[in-house]
Design a protein around this ligand. Structure first.
Ligand SMILES: C[S@@+](CC[C@H](N)C(=O)[O-])C[C@H]1O[C@@H](n2cnc3c(N)ncnc32)[C@H](O)[C@@H]1O
Length: 249
């Protein structure tokens, strides 16, 4: 399957499934079993900043940015149902809101050297071309600007719970497009190693500031081995990782 076929397959699945994800992966949370922005304080001062959300989904992270005082709210997403949801979630904002229905692999008309903050909460890993997407993100940021993203940790879907035990079922090393089990094989996600994310960020011209893969676990562990995002699994491997980089001045 070529990249444009993958994008159209993923888009039609997202159009169908969007309501299930309404407000589900949004700041201040970075994702399942991960510490939140309230605890990590990765963004620093948001007040007065121009922010761009890559894969903005239902717009709840942009709403959080507005509550933190961001001056302009920009977002792009592949899925028209998500852009429509985001429009409604953000309709009463007093600041500029600009939303684009577009794959992140393309620039839908976003300005260069403009944003103080670009971020992506559980969306960057959907890209069919990581380098191209990161090159775009680098171009949107002002020199000195920050890019922060979270995504599922690349060890997480390598391990399954079967016959009463967690087992490594797939190779961590094997990169490339895969039909995704959590989506009942109706979408393709590219498996990438952590080093691929970091090295591609470096190749795109970013400086790596921080990588977080410590899980945030509850005091008592539920018997949730079978769940996709399981506390019992997160005791062994993180569910989520978070990366903060900057564009050099
Ligand atoms: C888990 S949701 C993100 C939720 C969002 N962070 C929020 O605050 O509500 C992932 C999003 O990525 C979008 N997406 C998937 N592939 C994409 C692509 N290639 N380009 C742009 N967006 C994409 C989906 O449409 C979906 O809205």
């Amino acid at each position: 399957m070529n990249r444009s076929d993958t994008l159209s397959m993923n888009k039609s699945s997202w159009e169908r499934e969007a309501p299930r994800f309404f407000g589900r992966a949004a700041l201040p949370d970075f994702g399942p079993l991960a510490p939140s922005e309230d605890r990590l304080q990765l963004f620093g001062e948001i007040s007065g900043k121009r922010v761009l959300d890559i894969g903005c989904g239902s717009g709840h992270s942009l709403k959080y940015m507005a509550e933190m005082g961001a001056e302009e709210l920009w977002g792009l997403d592949l899925t028209s149902a998500q852009i429509e949801a985001a429009r409604q979630v953000l309709e009463n904002q007093q600041v500029r809101v600009s939303l684009f229905e577009s794959p992140m692999e393309k620039n839908p008309g976003l300005p260069a050297d403009y944003f103080d903050i670009v971020y992506s909460i559980y969306a960057l890993g959907w890209t069919v071309d990581l380098k191209q997407t990161l090159d775009h993100i680098h171009s949107y940021l002002k020199p000195g600007g920050t890019f922060i993203f979270s995504w599922e940790h690349p060890m997480h879907d390598r391990i399954s719970y079967e016959n009463g035990a967690f087992q490594v079922k797939k190779s961590y090393q094997a990169e490339g497009p895969e039909l995704n089990e959590a989506w009942k094989n109706t979408v393709v996600i590219h498996h990438r190693k952590l080093s691929t994310y970091v090295n591609t960020l470096i190749d795109a011209g970013f400086i790596v500031e921080k990588i977080i893969d410590d899980p945030l676990l509850p005091e008592e562990y539920p018997d949730d081995h079978e769940k996709w995002y399981s506390v019992q699994k997160a005791v062994l491997v993180p569910a989520t990782f978070i990366v903060k980089v900057t564009k050099p001045v």
